[in-house]
Design a protein around this ligand. Sequence first.
Ligand SMILES: CC(C)(COP(=O)(O)OP(=O)(O)OC[C@H]1O[C@@H](n2cnc3c(N)ncnc32)[C@H](O)[C@@H]1OP(=O)(O)O)[C@@H](O)C(=O)NCCC(=O)NCCS
Length: 297
Amino acid sequence: MSFKISHFSKEKLAELTVFMNTNHGLDNFTAKLLNEKIFDDPDFNTDLTVCSTCNGKLTGFGMAVLRQDGLGFIKLIAVGKDSRERGIGRAIYQVLEERLKIMGCRSIRVYNSNPNYLLPGVDPRYTPALCLFNSLGFRRYGETLNMSVDLKKMKFQTSVNEKKLLKSGVSITRAKLSDGERLISFMQSVFPLWVHEVKKMLSNDIITVFIASKDQEIISFAGYDGNNIGAGWFGPMGTHTAHRGMGIGSLLFRICLKDMKKKYRKAVIPWVEPVCFYSRVSGAEVERLFWLYQKEI
Ligand SMILES: CC(C)(COP(=O)(O)OP(=O)(O)OC[C@H]1O[C@@H](n2cnc3c(N)ncnc32)[C@H](O)[C@@H]1OP(=O)(O)O)[C@@H](O)C(=O)NCCC(=O)NCCS
């Protein structure tokens, strides 16, 4: 089978949506989600967004990004079921690697392209993908997981704890546009990795980030719909180290889930480290595992 690799253009978004749902089948795609992943990525680059076609029909898609720190990511890759094991996946990867290298990239990871990413790594149930990345010289350097909370089952009583915290001078509110500047400066100094997602939350029609403040200072935040909007993604969240252990984080988390319940049946907590925290506070369960891959080029 002959195939041609070329730039991917926005006019093919509807075709790509069907293609990804058919060929990247453990995940659900909408045109809106793909638009966010591809064209709304802060480092979107047409040279790193390619597709393979045969007689004008999509047979493969691949996207990479180069982040500011010089780390490259394969952000999405899929080949049509009918076109697999014919070298298309390898060819798409090689075009992307070559272009990343010319742009100064020396190290490539797979999928966990914070702050705009679909998945925090490779779900090992995508077995041919594991084989592909092994054969391309990637090494597995770690793993991570997603948890989820069944929101239908949950009752979120938050007012008693909110009152308790208020007595110790801590107030919790949904962030307002007028909080934006000080929230972003809090993020920049305490949680710089998450500035982009919080900016997204502040730009949503109804702001989806909540903050805890004491003496006019922001000390903790939690939000949702900062990434994979429409998929029910919670987080990130974080409390300044000086104010941990007071129940602020768990309350903010539950307030967020309560708000998410108006819109979603399930909340996904992606790329989790404090598994026991989320499990205890909300009954969240581990839902999906991911393997992390890297290659030096
Ligand atoms: C992963 C994927 C993109 C591979 O595409 P492909 O066009 O079939 O891959 P290629 O034909 O270029 O194969 C390249 C190498 O990958 C490995 N490979 C690919 N599919 C394999 C399979 N089913 N079994 C074993 N090895 C496989 C082989 O090492 C192969 O090299 P070789 O043929 O010289 O031995 C494709 O299977 C796919 O779209 N999967 C679903 C989407 C997906 O998993 N995306 C990544 C999510 S993290």
